[in-house]
Design a protein around this ligand. Sequence first.
Ligand code: NAD
Length: 401
Amino acid sequence: MFSLARSRLVSSPHLLHTIKPSRNFSTSSPNMVKVLAVLYKGGQAAKEEPRLLGTIENSLGISDWLKKEGHEFIVTDDKEGPGSEFQKHIADAEILVTTPFHPGYLTADLIEKAKNLKLCVTAGVGSDHIDLDAANKKSITVAEVSGSNVVSVAEHVVMSILLLVRNFVPAHEQILADDWNVAQIARNAYDLEGKTVGTVGCGRIGYRVLERLRGFNCKELLWFDYTDLPEDKKTPEFKRVDKLEDMLAKCDVVTINCPLHEKTKGLFNDQLISKMKKGAWLVNTARGAICDRNAVKKALESGHLNGYAGDVWDVQPSPKDHPWRHAFNTLGGGNGMVPHYSGTTLDAQARYANGAKDIIQRYLAGKEQDPANLIVIDGDYASKAYGQREKKPTGQKPAGP
Ligand code: NAD
């Protein structure tokens, strides 16, 4: 089944992006590669809906293929603590696959223990659940399925902006409570037209959010990013702001669309939120830890923020007592939080499952990876998106949309 080519570096201009499986397939040693997947439990829903590919039950649709190829495939949702299946199997797994929706947190300590690990695949977008610096030290490659769910998230962002600005959730709750009080809802309901919206991060998702807002006749559509847009994506409709604080001071709505890294962790704290317009709405579908959980709750309660919505939490699954579950504005509304699902629509699952399989297939075949998917490789960052670094990234992940 395995040819010599599997263990050979493929000669190509992208040689740097070729990762060798650790086995030497030219010998008679077993060809088996151990693949560990940490996915979420789908239960009855996954049994009834096979397109729920991100679940342990349907395991990205790669189970039969990997087994047929003779590999060991461990799938689990048990990911917390030293006794978990994740921590047990990471010790000798060669490939780790996980999704941002139920991430196996690969800390520096675990990377130390993961003696055989060569490739981490994020089935989705966002690899902050991995200590990327520690992965670099061990020359572990991290790849994600770039672009796989960016439309799904951009649509969710637009929906979240609308539900906050239009005060949708409390209105719907009235109906569920057999109630009817138009004034109580309308006192905090607005049109999006005429408002200023800004995105922090204008990569694939941020740009698509702005594109989708075009039809709403907003006053201004702004973006802040250290990476410029490619020339063909620039348009006078989307204005770049050089300083984050300047953008925040102008925005009625702020949407966060940058990765979580050392410079964005806790970025939206008391101090930065105080730079936002009083009564602004904040939407975060990027990563929960970009916002300080207590600062958000305080800002809602004081009226500085009129609403906070998103699907990402600083720990996932979110604990029952997480402050964002019951954080409200001064009128008891302004909470648009949901579990992490914006990027895991059925359409997105098909794309990220295919993409994850492709990354694994290339690895097993000793073929080069698509540079757009590479986050770290050969001990360095291949992507510009995970923070500004002095050293030029080795890869070519396009910075723009
Ligand atoms: P991308 O790489 O195309 O774009 C990210 C942009 O953020 C880049 O242009 C980068 O320069 C910019 N950036 C990085 N740090 C910044 C900072 N400090 N300030 C301003 N801009 C900064 O990535 P993408 O596909 O647009 O995804 C963005 C993030 O969205 C992901 O990293 C992930 O965390 C999150 N995401 C969430 C979901 C979900 O289901 N909720 C799904 C996909 C992605």
